[in-house]
Design a protein around this ligand. Structure first.
Ligand code: GDP
Length: 426
């Protein structure tokens, strides 16, 4: 996608996450000088398979697997220090050199142990189906103007005051929620002391780094986590994540202006999955759901939870095209549909005899809809070896044509397997 006019590209999930963004970022990172994560935290899990083995990355951009790419954890991310260092160590153990290639925004907020306790307390009453990694409470602190940023590690005395107030507040909230666990200032001070010498050398004004890179003609990839339908504003609220996953969030979370972005690639599965709670209108019947789950390996990369599986939902993707301003689509996991004799696609919803063409705002409304399906012929042949559109069975091409037409954005990539080379550039 990078060319003379396209230097800054955002990759976003255009469904409910787990679309295979990691693989697309990995493929695009080949042509990128910089890869930036702009939101989310250790609740995201990208799986990338390379010659060196399988990597599951939660916080470090998967671009790190390319030898020369600079990777940035942007200001919009909430950083869990221990998971971050565990990932760093795992990369180094597999021979991936990260020295001088990884930066963390000094404006990024930290996820602290008390956030995880508060996350568990919140789930007791709210049941959003979060990953329990403390992401939501860390964003609450950020918006509540009491969060701890990476740069705060530079001033231990001031940090102690913030931590004391936050720990005290967390303990009161835990008590209110009827939780037995309590957190302590000592634990948090020890953590800060332990992580500061390792994080601070990586800390930088990363917005400036991205700005200068673009000014100097370098190519930048902004990597989103989760998906459009999990965006705190545009998703199926309240069953959403706590950040703006959509392309607008990329500018804010990377620290650049929106006019710096030249293209937005939306990653979609050839079907639909959802992990966590909240409606999934195109959920398949039990037998075919199980088949999709097994063939697609639809178990969460972060939690191992089975994902709910169903058919391609054109309303979801059309909506994602609109709220992200998608300039292209990458359709992944086409191969997962290889054995089906027919493949339904939802083209509209119906509720009380009325036809809906656009996503409703309320979760309750979405729970009440019945998808209107169009059934396309399956191809019942392997697509795993296809490297051009012409290599695909006729019915698979017809399926992609229909997906493109219903979504309203051109397909730029089709992925037909987990490996790097199993991709078709359109
Ligand atoms: P992400 O968070 O959007 O990167 O998605 P995940 O990493 O959670 O899930 C994507 C999973 O699908 C990973 O296990 C990938 O290896 C796998 N995957 C990606 N593209 C394809 C594809 O085209 N076909 C198949 N079968 N698997 C794929």
């Amino acid at each position: 996608m990078f060319d003379g006019k396209t230097a800054c590209i955002v990759v976003v999930g255009a469904q409910w996450g787990d679309e295979g963004k990691g693989k697309l970022v990995d493929v695009l990172a080949e042509g990128a000088d910089l890869v930036v994560r702009y939101q989310g935290g250790a609740n995201a899990g990208h799986t990338v398979v390379t010659e060196a083995g399988e990597f599951i990355l939660h916080q470090i951009p998967s671009g790190i697997l390319h030898g020369r790419t600079i990777c940035v954890v942007g200001n919009g991310v909430v950083l869990d220090p221990d998971t971050f260092f565990a990932e760093l160590d795992a990369l180094e153990q597999k021979g991936i050199a990260v020295q001088g290639r990884l930066y963390v925004s000094e404006r990024a907020h930290l996820v602290l142990p008390y956030h995880k306790l508060l996350d568990a307390a919140g789930e007791k009453s709210q049941k959003i189906g979060t990953t329990g990694r403390g992401i939501g409470p860390a964003y609450e602190d950020k918006i509540g103007r009491r969060g701890v940023r990476v740069s705060d590690l530079r001033d231990p005395a001031a940090l102690e005051g913030t931590l004391a107030a936050n720990v005290d507040r967390a303990n009161r909230l835990l008590q209110l929620a009827g939780m037995e666990e309590r957190t302590s200032l000592a634990e948090h001070l020890a953590l800060a002391e332990r992580i500061a010498p390792r994080i601070l050398p990586l800390a930088a004004d990363t917005g400036l780094l991205v700005y200068r890179s673009l000014r100097d003609g370098r190519r930048v990839l902004l990597e989103g986590a989760q998906g459009a339908l999990l965006d705190v504003d545009h998703g199926t609220y309240p069953f959403v994540t706590s950040s703006n996953t959509t392309a607008g969030g990329a500018a804010v979370g990377a620290g650049i202006g929106p006019t710096a972005i030249d293209g937005v690639l939306g990653v979609v599965k050839a079907y639909t999955t959802r992990v966590g709670n909240g409606p999934l209108p195109t959920l398949a019947d039990d037998a075919r759901e199980e088949l999709l789950r097994q063939l697609g390996g639809e178990f969460g990369a972060t939690t191992g939870r089975p994902r709910r599986c169903g058919w391609f939902d054109a309303l979801v993707v059309r909506y994602a095209v609109r709220v992200n301003g998608l300039t292209g689509l990458a359709v992944t996991k086409l191969d997962v549909l290889d054995t089906f004799d027919e493949v339904p696609v939802a083209v509209a919803y119906e509720v009380d005899g009325e036809r809906l063409e656009e996503m409703p705002c309320e979760v309750r409304a979405l729970e009440a809809v019945q998808p209107v399906y169009e059934t396309l012929k399956g191809w019942q042949r392997s697509t795993a070896e296809a490297r051009t559109l012409a290599d695909l069975p006729r019915q698979a091409r017809a399926y992609l044509d229909r997906v493109e037409e219903l979504s309203g954005a051109p397909i730029r990539y089709v992925s037909v397997g987990t490996h790097r080379e199993q991709i078709i550039a359109v």
